[in-house]
Design a protein around this ligand. Structure first.
Ligand code: 13P
Length: 253
């Protein structure tokens, strides 16, 4: 279960949140993997607090060069240096607002892997694309672009997140069946591209208006391995409820 705080929280707020969350996740270790994707400004504080805890600290973006004249950018080694172990790549807000392309997203994912960071690659379609019947064209193209850039042994360390853009921050969650349909197809495509072993091992999350009252149903879907959560992750109590919902589904098998 992954929290994406997006552009929220000052350092003090981040520390208070982690102080609340960390004691609770201690006994979910081995059952649910928990990650918190913080803004760069509080990532060091978050990463330090998770040092000896079963929570992965991550960044929300990176640049694919390691250093140089790229004003305002942050590289994979810089993220590792903060003590973080993961990074979100190609979130739809980066693609839609900041003009990231399938090509830059793929390069970022490959660079993250090379630097030993776990990339969570986001894919998903707009409402217009879904209504026009183009969902799979869009999503499969996004997945293919990343898989062409990385090779499969490293690819085991990639996580995909299916986040339909119309479901993000709208309260309009995909139905459990729609989430399963898209994620099942992504897994099928990964099998075709990288083989059965890879497709079976890779983790694919759902994201888009996950809340404590709908998380269990979505997590219960066969191909859904977890959630990437925005709004409902901003409060430590609400995020922990989602961790518990995922834990319940693990227990139910
Ligand atoms: P919401 O949970 O606020 O819909 O955001 C989802 C998301 O974009 C996570 O990356």
């Amino acid at each position: 279960m992954a929290a994406n705080w997006k552009m929220n929280k000052l350092v003090r707020e981040a520390k208070d949140y982690m102080a609340k969350l960390l004691p609770r996740v201690d006994d979910t270790e081995g059952e649910v993997d928990v990650a918190v994707f913080a803004p760069f400004t509080c990532l060091h504080a978050v990463a330090r607090m998770t040092d000896d805890k079963p929570v992965l600290a991550g960044a929300q973006n990176l640049y694919f060069e390691d250093s140089g004249a790229y004003t305002g950018e942050v590289s994979a080694p810089m993220i590792s240096d903060l003590g973080a172990g993961a990074v979100i790549v190609g979130h739809s807000e980066r693609r839609e607002i900041f003009g990231e392309t399938d090509e830059t997203v793929a390069r970022k994912a490959a660079r993250a892997l090379d630097a030993g960071l776990l990339p969570i690659v986001c894919v998903g379609e707009t409402k217009e694309e879904r209504d026009a019947g183009d969902m799979w064209d869009k999503v499969s193209g996004q997945v293919r672009a990343v898989m062409e850039e990385i090779d499969s042994p490293r690819g085991h360390q990639v996580v995909f997140a299916y986040e339909p853009i119309w479901a993000i921050g709208t309260g309009d969650t995909a139905s459990p069946e729609d989430a399963q349909d898209a994620i099942g197809r992504i897994r099928g495509l990964l099998k075709e591209l990288a083989g059965e072993e890879f497709a079976g091992a890779v983790r694919i999350l759902y994201g888009g208006s996950i809340k404590p009252n709908n998380a269990a149903q979505i997590m219960a879907q066969e191909d859904v391995d977890g959630g990437l959560v925005g709004g409902a992750s901003l409060d430590a109590d609400s995020f922990f409820e989602l961790v518990e919902a995922a834990r319940g589904e693990v227990a139910r098998g």
